[in-house]
Design a protein around this ligand. Structure first.
Ligand code: FCB
Length: 444
């Protein structure tokens, strides 16, 4: 099975960056050499994780990182996107864990030796539990702590990092963690969700200042997730509901960053549910970005509900991934071009895109034809946005390997590399081989 793009495709040009992505809590394991985080606590709470699993061992990446780097290099990628576990770097008493920093430094050096660009994410959801105990992202002081953490990391890493993202998908930390309650810390409270979103954006802005000072050579920015919001019907109420959902889930994060204000929908929230914003915050949030990372998986359909708000309508018709998410590649072009038309954007990277499929290992092979086709379609969707005039500098497949898929545990497999959790054996799936061939076929 092949992934084919036209010879003249902008994706095959010299400067376009192809990579694979992971996140600390999802792969690292070695929980005893870091502080506990909110996901450890969440996993230890019965009923929170579908298969009752946790991140204590995960892919045991902290012990197997050398082999994993070889695996990444063998794919022929230009870049590797991974995240730093805050609690592996800063202890509960505020002291620096040098062994934790050294772990990442050797990883960075190994990437550099192989000419692989390091895309480092500072926060991919694993807030140290010691900070949660002081209020977590509801506590404004956490934003200052984040800036200090960014300072410690960016000083220690020196010029080894090609790109820093402050946050991964603040939507998930705020909405899934504090409104839907399906991610750590599992709260259901709209005011808290909006406040957390604000503190996260503030943390981002404060950390941007630090990164631009300590790592001016790096591309510094943020990673957001987008899903086009479509109305369930042509009724005015559903169309309005979809627009509200777009403001609440998509624009809520990008608009403050690029325009220094929240969407108008904010004023429609009861005052008691609006975030508290201190004078000067929006200017901090809206500091210039070197890039925006876009994570895309699927579209979402909404209908108006009886509360004058929006409810999502889960997809039922195929094609669906193993997550139950609709395969909707044109949605990627749609969100990209909508951003491109509306905002004055910095360069964009697709920092995550991929699919969970019910993979099985048979005779040392994983024939994941549906994932190959998912990549094929979404690469073409990326290409379409570039052809329409948008600047997109790279694409990262989610994920390098199967890993801990948050509330779904290990049952959902997003990797292009299969992980047998009993033996920790890694096996390239057909999709990894197809991507490797695509990368190798480029004129570099
Ligand atoms: C994104 C997350 C990533 C992974 C994928 C499937 O929202 O950033 O960690 O779980 O979804």
């Amino acid at each position: 099975m092949k992934i084919t793009l036209a010879k003249t495709s902008p994706l095959l040009q010299r400067d376009f960056v192809f990579g694979v992505a992971t996140a600390s809590f999802q792969i690292e394991g070695a929980a005893d050499s870091r502080e506990a985080c909110i996901w450890d606590t969440f996993c230890a709470t019965p009923g929170r994780i579908k298969d009752g699993s946790d991140g204590l061992v995960a892919c045991d990446h902290v012990n197997r990182w050398r082999d994993d780097i070889e695996l990444i290099a063998a794919l022929g990628v230009d870049a590797y996107r991974f995240s730093i576990a805050w609690g592996r770097v800063i202890r509960a008493d505020g002291s620096i864990n040098q062994a934790g920093l050294d772990f990442y430094i050797q990883l960075l050096d190994a990437l550099k030796a192989r000419n692989i660009k390091a895309f480092v994410t500072l926060y991919h959801w694993d807030l140290p539990q010691y900070l949660q105990d002081e209020g977590g992202w509801l506590n404004r002081a956490t934003a200052d702590k984040f800036a200090r953490y960014a300072d410690v990391v960016s000083r220690a890493f020196g010029d080894r990092v090609y790109s820093y993202a402050t946050l991964n998908e603040p939507f998930c930390s705020a909405y899934l963690g504090y409104e839907a309650g399906i991610h750590a810390p599992g709260v259901q409270n709209r005011q808290q969700g909006r406040q957390v979103a604000h503190h996260l954006l503030l943390a981002h802005g404060l950390a941007m200042q630090v990164l631009q000072r300590n790592a001016p050579q790096a591309l510094n920015g943020i990673v957001l997730n987008f899903s086009p919001c479509h109305p369930a019907s042509n009724s005015a109420a559903d169309i309005r509901a979809a627009d509200m959902a777009d403001q609440y889930h998509n624009q809520w994060y990008i608009q403050p960053l690029l325009e220094g204000c929240y969407p108008d929908l904010l004023t429609q929230l009861p005052v008691a549910e609006q975030p508290q914003i201190t004078a000067g915050d929006m200017a901090i949030i809206a500091r210039p970005l070197d890039f925006i990372g876009v994570n895309y998986y699927t579209r979402t359909v909404y209908r108006a509900n009886s509360k004058g708000w929006f409810s999502d309508v889960p997809p039922t018709a195929p094609p669906l991934t193993d997550m139950g998410w609709e395969i909707y590649p044109q949605g990627l072009t749609e969100v990209l071009l909508a951003m491109h038309r509306r905002y004055n954007l910095p360069p964009v990277y697709i920092t995550e895109n991929g699919a969970a499929m019910p993979d099985s290992l048979l005779h040392n092979q994983v024939a994941d034809a549906e994932r190959v086709s998912y990549f094929q379609q979404h690469l073409q969707a990326t290409e379409a946005a570039i052809t329409a005039g948008m600047r997109i500098d790279g694409y990262f497949a989610w994920s390098l390997m199967d890993n801990f898929e948050w509330a779904e545990g290990y049952a959902k497999r997003f990797g292009i590399v299969y992980v047998d959790y009993a033996t920790q054996q890694r096996t390239l799936k057909t999709s990894a081989i197809a991507l490797r061939e695509l990368f190798a076929g480029r004129q570099k």
